[in-house]
Design a protein around this ligand. Structure first.
Ligand SMILES: NC(=O)c1ccc[n+]([C@@H]2O[C@H](COP(=O)([O-])OP(=O)(O)OC[C@H]3O[C@@H](n4cnc5c(N)ncnc54)[C@H](OP(=O)(O)O)[C@@H]3O)[C@@H](O)[C@H]2O)c1
Length: 278
């Protein structure tokens, strides 16, 4: 008898790293529920995955809208019965200075990157607990661990996502529901980091970046091996992370040495100019 396919709901699948996660999950045999705001891109991915043999539905969703989350869950359940795995991937940062953004801009960053993942988890958790089975994977960032310049709200949210996952895992694992966090360094070939580098005409050197496919592989591995945390980042970034854990006061000098200060100052200028011309 064929094994029953599990269903994964993945947010942020219209572009960037999300489609790589969706392809890896499809290859691992999951039915897929794809959620992002851009319907056309989602439909195109769902079609592609279906042609390659997976069952996929696209549900255009703004994850920061609680009503849209309710709709997302009900469409997912109508399509596949229930959701076994949630991958909280939608996220991002407008790359502007904390004091130059309005308070509601900062709140939006926080809502997208930590409150929405928590709310979606909160909606799906009761069903997972009833079935004594489920896994929540959240995509965080090294920005939540080191003091990357101009990321106050984003860093707080991504650090929050790491803490949320840690406690969720501790509290519900004995009842069949686990949680993993994937901490990303700079990712090349797709996503916000690659787009920003392209805009600035910067290289994404292989020694300091990981390919987008590695994120998909990490999500599949985190579920299969029930890992608490997987860091997707080559050696130098891992050293920075370990140093920051031990000596948090080193942040400023580390940013200067790694060139993050200079690069992010250029990014901030670019964002200011595009805002003025918008
Ligand atoms: N790229 C990197 O180097 C890097 C590094 C560390 C962490 N990360 C994390 O990795 C995840 C994916 O990032 P990425 O680089 O792939 O970013 P991206 O290319 O900007 O893609 C972001 C995805 O999230 C979706 N999204 C944004 N706002 C949304 C909303 N309100 N409702 C629903 N979906 C929304 C976008 O779709 P729509 O616009 O269609 O809604 C898109 O599919 C994020 O959590 C990010 O923080 C990325």
């Amino acid at each position: 008898m064929a094994a029953i396919r599990q269903t994964a709901l993945i947010t942020g699948t219209s572009r960037g790293i999300g489609p790589h996660i969706a392809r890896a999950m499809a290859k691992a045999g999951y039915n897929l529920v794809l959620a992002s705001r851009s319907g056309r891109e989602l439909e195109a991915l769902a079609k592609q995955l279906t042609i390659s043999g997976a069952a996929a539905v696209a549900v255009p969703t703004d994850v920061t809208d609680p009503g849209a989350l309710e709709h997302l869950v009900s469409v997912a359940e109508a399509a596949f019965g229930h959701v076994d795995v949630l991958v909280n991937n939608a996220g991002g940062d407008p790359q502007r200075e904390f004091d130059q953004m309005s308070w509601s801009d900062n709140e939006r960053i926080f809502r997208l990157n930590v409150l929405a993942p928590m709310e979606l988890t909160h909606r799906l958790l009761p069903g997972m607990l009833d079935r004594r089975s489920g896994h929540v994977v959240s995509i965080s960032s090294i920005a939540g661990r080191i003091g990357f310049p101009y990321t106050e709200a984003y860093a707080a949210a991504k650090d929050g996502l790491i803490g949320f996952t840690r406690v969720l895992r501790n509290d519900y694992r004995s009842r069949g529901v686990s949680a993993s966090v994937i901490v990303l360094g700079a990712i090349r070939d797709a996503g916000q980091g690659q787009r920003t580098s392209d805009e600035l005409g910067l290289d994404m050197p292989r020694y300091s970046t990981a390919p987008a496919e590695a994120v998909g592989a990490a999500v599949v591995r985190a579920i299969a091996k029930d890992r608490a945390e997987i860091v997707v980042m080559p050696g130098p970034g891992r050293v920075m992370k370990a140093l920051m854990d031990l000596f948090p006061g080193l942040g400023r000098s580390m940013n200067r040495m790694a060139g993050a200060d200079a690069t992010m100052s250029r990014v901030i200028e670019l964002r200011k100019r595009s805002k003025l011309s918008a």
